[in-house]
Every structure is written in C-alpha cells, then in structure tokens.
Write a protein that binds this ligand. Structure first.
Ligand code: GLC
Ligand code: CA
Length: 499
C-alpha cells in the first residue's frame, strides 16, 4: 500500500488574522473573530487553516517580528483563545497550522535586548554581528525592505545583520544554542495539538553575510534536516517552507518523500514572471503566457513522484489574482473561476488565501491609506530617486502587499462586517457587491465554485496522484492539460483570451 499523507488530499486556507474578523471593536481582527467564522470555513470545506503570525510582537512587519514565541499578542487574544481555536477547529475536522518566523526575531525580543548589552553577554551570539566603524558598514548588502542590511549598535561597537527591517535582527543559526531554543519552541507548540507549520523565509536561515549569501546557504539543508528530525517528524504534521530561492532540484530536497525536511515548499517561479528581467517586483511587465505555461508544466512534470508542490496564486504578500491575471471588471466572476480551475486541477496541495474564494480584488488608495512597511519604504526610496508619483502608485496598485491585506468582505454592512470599530486598514469600497453573505446565497458564486472544486479534489484521487500532461504549449490563449489514470481522465481547458 502506497503511503498516503493526509495533506496530499487537503486544501489549506490562509488567514491573515488582523484582517479577517474583529470581535472586540478595536478595528483589528483577532482569534475570537476567527472562531466565530469557523462554520464559514467548514462549509467551504477546508481541511486546515494556516494562520499568519499571532505571537507577541511590536508589529513592525505585522507580526513577522516576534518578541515572544510562546505568547499571543494581546491584540489577537490570549493563549487560551489560541487553545480554544485549535479545539473548535478540531471539532470541525480543521487543523491549525502556525507560521514560524525563525530567520529573525523582533529587536524587542529579550534575546536581542540582552545580546546588544555587551559582547560577553550569553545572548550576544544569538544574532549575527560584524565589526566595523560607525561610518563603515561591513559591506553594502541591502535589506529586503530597503536600506542597509547592517545596523550599528554603539554599546557593543558592532553591526548586526538584518535581511528584513531594522527591527528584525537575523538569528544566528550557526549557534547550536539558538537552534536548540527554536526546536524547543516548536515542540512546545506541537504539544498544543497543532496540525503543522509554515516556515517563514525558510531558505534564508543559513545566511553567510561575508559571502553575501542570504538564500540557500551552505548549511541550509543540514539545519532543516536537523530541525525536522528534532521536531516535526515526531508527529503527523504538514510543514511548508517559504523558499523564494527554490528551483526544482532544491524543491526535491525540501519535499523529499522520505520526510527528512518539509512536506512541501512554497516556490515562486510562476509568481515572478510579470516583472522586468533582472529587476524586482515593482518593475512591471505583462505576463508572458507561454513562459507561464512552461514554468507550471515543468514543476508539474519534474516533481512527479519525487517531491510535492504547493499550489497557490495568493498569499498575504501577493496581489489579488483576479486583478493580476484575470479580469477584475466585466469578467471577474468567470476569470476567478477559471484561475481556480487551472490551479485546482494540478498536482500539489492547494492554498486559498482569505477572500480569494470571493474573487476579492486589488485596491487603489491614496498613499496615506497604505500600511505595509515594504510599500512605504519603496515609495520613499523611489520618490528620492526621482520617479514620478504616478509611476510609483502604478506599481503599488499592481503589486503592493496591502492588496491582500484589506479587511475580509463578509457582508454589505458598514466596514463589510469586519469590524464595528475603525478598521486598521480601509475596506475595499467594492464590498457592497463582493461579499461572503451574498455569495453564500448564490449557488453560482465563486465561493460555491471553490467549494465544489474542493469537494471534487477530496473525492477523486486523480487530482492528487496522477500524471500531468500539457497540451498546446504554443497556443497564446489556451492553457490545457490532463490528469489521467486507468479509470479516469481529467481534462482542464482554460481560455485566457483577453486576459
Ligand atoms: C516572509 C513573509 C513576509 C515577511 C517576511 C519577513 O516573506 O511572508 O510577510 O515580511 O517573510 O518575515
Ligand atoms: Ca480585535
């Protein structure tokens, strides 16, 4: 009997807690709010929920900067609320997956508070330090959110390394004590009965700034295998590593069927196609359709039986797919359904990001309405470099992470039913037309379409097991493929004409 992992047949729903459902009128989504909406997710048919971080955090990067890994931020609730969520979800056969941010902590974490006191402090070596002078950084590496990756600390006369914001100092994985601390945190959470973990920036943990290495450092797989052995492998979990730097060969290692690393990775090759060659996400280019087909085909074909993929169009860092590669206007409903079909017919574990099942769209706000640290840094940086405001806003409308972070649209009431307070971020004004309440009533809605697709996936093994075959690779409008076994052929034909 072939070993069958539950997560190969599962669909996972991602919640960005601060934008999902507020329960206490402070304008920020919270754990009690999620519990209130579990029936909605159960009706949709999801098997697991991935929660973006709810740990204690100063919220410099909306929780991806953790100051206490064993506590819940009061903004989201308490440990008891978290336990209640796990239990209530469990009653509905929904597992909870937590986000683990282990590449860096918050600078307000007690480890870092100690580390910066002196070079002799036992926590000093928990972070990545290099000598230099206040005028002279160790090298010119840049952080992902803009500006130098080095920050001077006069108390110790050294720089610390941060791949992300200055409030997200990188943890030193070379230090065995750090690794042990992190594994203990994972084990602590496992005891609470979690269904799994999503590993934030998993491919960046084994950095070596002297060699300018961030992704795919030399000791990366050694560390991941150790972590997996010491933690995940002790239970039946699903684990997914975020790996922007993963190619297929690496993805095979990460998702080795022997279970030595993760269940699967998030790789982004298909998500990086609509940008100019050699540039970043803000430098827009149309989606090259043939390459898009080639990339998806390659991943489907080459991981077959030697790895496992995740299937996604959206997450909290990506713009809304219906606006990106569909038609958010006249054919919004049709194109949202088509994009869902295209993805759901493939092999892998699908992820739905909150609101995707409603066909929620991107937004175009004034710059004052944006909250995302990355967007705001880029805006300032490009203004200084002399880009026009219009050019910058054009990129923001297309790619800002805040497109994904506007509050969930539940109904046509004020603030879309997300909060009775003042929402932390403006609600997309189209909530009167696009909302869950209205779509649940309408059997023809995007929501019900997703529900039926998921049910099909759970019923027919051809979705999880069988070989992918692309047709018409040179056709400029049609994306067609089949999945086939002895009993059944699944044929998917999507027409992108006009998209
Ligand atoms: C990941 C998260 C992103 C965050 C970054 C730093 O890419 O998905 O939201 O800003 O890591 O933790
Ligand atoms: Ca709240």
């Amino acid at each position: 009997m072939e070993d069958k992992k539950w997560w190969k047949q599962a669909v996972i729903y991602q919640i960005y807690p601060r934008s999902f459902q507020d329960s206490n009128h402070d304008g920020i989504g919270d754990l009690k709010g999620i519990i209130r909406r579990l029936d909605y997710l159960s009706l949709l048919g999801v098997d697991a929920i991935w929660l973006s971080p709810v740990y204690r955090s100063p919220q410099d990067d909306n929780g991806y900067d953790i100051s206490d890994y064993r506590d819940i931020d009061p903004m989201f609730g308490t440990i008891e609320d978290m336990e209640a969520l796990i239990e209530e979800a469990g009653k509905r056969n929904i597992r909870i997956i937590m986000d683990l941010v282990l590449n860096h902590s918050s600078d307000e974490h007690s480890w870092f508070q100690e580390a910066k006191k002196s070079r002799e402090n036992p926590y000093h070596d928990y972070y990545v330090w290099r000598d230099g002078t206040p005028q002279d950084t160790p090298n010119d590496m840049q952080s992902v959110f803009g500006g130098s990756a080095w920050e001077w600390v006069p108390e110790v006369g050294q720089y610390y390394f941060h791949q992300f914001s200055v409030k997200q100092p990188d943890l030193n994985w070379e230090n065995e004590k750090v690794r042990r601390e992190l594994y203990n945190i994972i084990l602590w959470w496992m005891e609470k009965g979690l269904g799994g973990f999503r590993l934030d920036t998993a491919d960046q943990i084994a950095k070596d700034p002297d060699l300018r290495v961030t992704n795919n450092g030399p000791r990366l797989h050694e560390f991941i295998q150790e972590m997996s052995r010491e933690t995940f492998q002790k239970a039946d979990l699903v684990t997914v590593g975020e790996a922007w730097g993963a190619d297929i060969e690496r993805a095979k290692i990460y998702s080795n069927p022997d279970g030595s690393e993760f269940s699967m990775v998030f790789q982004f090759e298909h998500m990086l196609l609509d940008q100019q060659e050699g540039k970043g996400k803000w430098d827009l280019a149309p989606l090259p359709f043939l390459r898009f087909k080639e990339v998806l085909n390659r991943w489907q074909t080459e991981l077959f039986e030697c790895g496992w993929n995740s299937l996604f169009w959206n997450n909290h860092d990506l713009p809304r797919i219906v606006s990106r590669w569909g038609d958010e206007g006249r054919y919004r409903i049709e194109s949202a359904k088509m994009l869902a079909t295209l993805l759901y017919g493939m092999q892998g574990t699908p992820y739905i990001y909150q609101g995707e099942e409603l066909g929620m769209t991107n937004v175009e706000y004034d710059i004052e309405e944006y909250r995302d640290i990355e967007t705001l840094h880029m805006y300032r940086e490009r203004m200084e470099k002399g880009y026009t405001r219009q050019e910058i806003m054009h990129s923001i409308y297309a790619k800002s992470r805040d497109n994904a972070r506007t509050p969930m649209q539940w109904n046509e009431e004020e603030n879309a039913g997300f909060t009775e307070g003042m929402p932390w971020m403006k609600v997309n004004p189209n909530y009167t037309e696009i909302n869950a309440k209205q779509q649940i009533k309408d059997e023809d809605s995007i929501y019900h379409y997703y529900r039926r697709l998921m049910a099909l996936r759970q019923e027919y093994h051809v979705f999880s097991d069988d070989r992918f075959q692309l047709y018409l690779p040179e056709d400029e409008n049609i994306f067609a493929y089949s999945r086939k076994n002895d009993i059944r052929t699944l044929l998917v034909i999507c027409n992108f004409y006009g998209g």
